[in-house]
Design a protein around this ligand. Structure first.
Ligand SMILES: C[S@@+](CC[C@H](N)C(=O)[O-])C[C@H]1O[C@@H](n2cnc3c(N)ncnc32)[C@H](O)[C@@H]1O
Length: 286
């Protein structure tokens, strides 16, 4: 079965339900949001934008697309897909939101894996990102994915509407995540661990910090608990100079590096990197 279209959205201006009317979503107060020709809808009110073009730039998104399409992080895509398939069990209908979807690699991998195993599954997949470039690129990867330009600070989806929420290398807003995830649902967090890309960081920084994955304390309470915590470590294939360049463009490392560090980074090639990521699931105790 193909991926399903979203039926329910919330107006970002008054939180009233939006109804689809041809190529427009409209609320009872007549606030209208047109569906772009690439098939996504922009629900980021101007007053919530901190810049004209928020989030990852077009160049960063293109670099992320090329880097991920090389397969360098394929073991992470596979591990995430398997973790989500296990969480989904035998539900016949599922809604998955990727909050900060980037160019859509992980959401597409997760959905493809689910539908390959269970073609009859009624699956609604939504990629949300504050960057319009990210959402456009996600739709170009898989036009069945619903695309929303919006912020994790104000997710334009109804309460209790999602079974699984993914946040990979993203910016979690747990109050919003927990509002939109259903009772019994799951938030899947992917964050870098202490050894992540250590060989690259050793080249570009004078001093290396081996920090643990970001704290999830803000997302844990009586109803939401950590249900699994997996450290995934693997080695990327040897990366070409071009892939090093893409990796540096798509991450904040280039901007944080010293001049000398940037010069050393520009010479990197034919080197494998250590990937060290933590996949943690926060589950609602229904
Ligand atoms: C490090 S990238 C990760 C992208 C993707 N999840 C991945 O792992 O490939 C972070 C993404 O979060 C987006 N972003 C930043 N602030 C955001 C916010 N407040 N709400 C939603 N997305 C946001 C950026 O535009 C970018 O695409």
């Amino acid at each position: 079965m193909p991926l399903l279209a979203l039926e329910h959205l919330l107006c970002p201006l008054d939180q009233h339900p939006l109804h689809r009317d041809g190529k427009t979503w409209r609320c009872s107060n007549n606030h209208c949001f047109d569906i772009a020709k690439q098939g996504y809808v922009n629900l980021l009110p101007v007053q919530n934008k901190k810049s004209l073009d928020p989030g990852d730039s077009q160049i960063m998104i293109q670099a992320r697309r090329q880097f991920l399409d090389s397969g360098a992080y394929a073991p992470l895509g596979q591990a995430l897909a398997e973790a989500v398939a296990e969480l989904c069990g035998q539900h016949s209908e599922l809604a998955i939101l990727d909050a900060g979807c980037g160019e859509g690699y992980y959401l597409n991998t997760v959905c493809t894996n689910l539908l390959n195993a269970r073609p009859e599954l009624a699956l609604t997949a939504t990629g949300l990102d504050i960057s319009k470039w990210a959402v456009r690129t996600t739709r170009s990867r898989n036009s069945g994915i619903n695309g929303l330009v919006a912020s994790n600070r104000q997710i334009p989806l109804p309460d209790n509407s999602q079974d699984i929420l993914l946040c990979t290398f993203g910016f979690p807003v747990f109050s919003e995540f927990q509002r939109v995830v259903k009772a019994g649902g799951h938030i899947v967090m992917v964050d870098p661990g202490p050894e992540h890309l250590i060989e690259l960081r050793q080249q570009i920084y004078e001093e290396i910090r081996r920090s643990p994955p970001a704290s999830l304390a803000a997302g844990l309470n009586d109803k939401w608990q950590l249900s699994s915590d997996t450290a995934l470590r693997f080695s990327t294939p040897k990366l070409s100079a071009e892939l090093f360049e893409q990796l540096l463009i798509m991450t904040p490392h280039l901007y944080r590096a010293s001049k000398a560090g940037r010069e050393r980074a520009a010479k990197l090639e034919d080197l494998a990197l250590s990937a060290d990521v933590s996949i943690r699931v926060i589950s609602h105790l229904a």
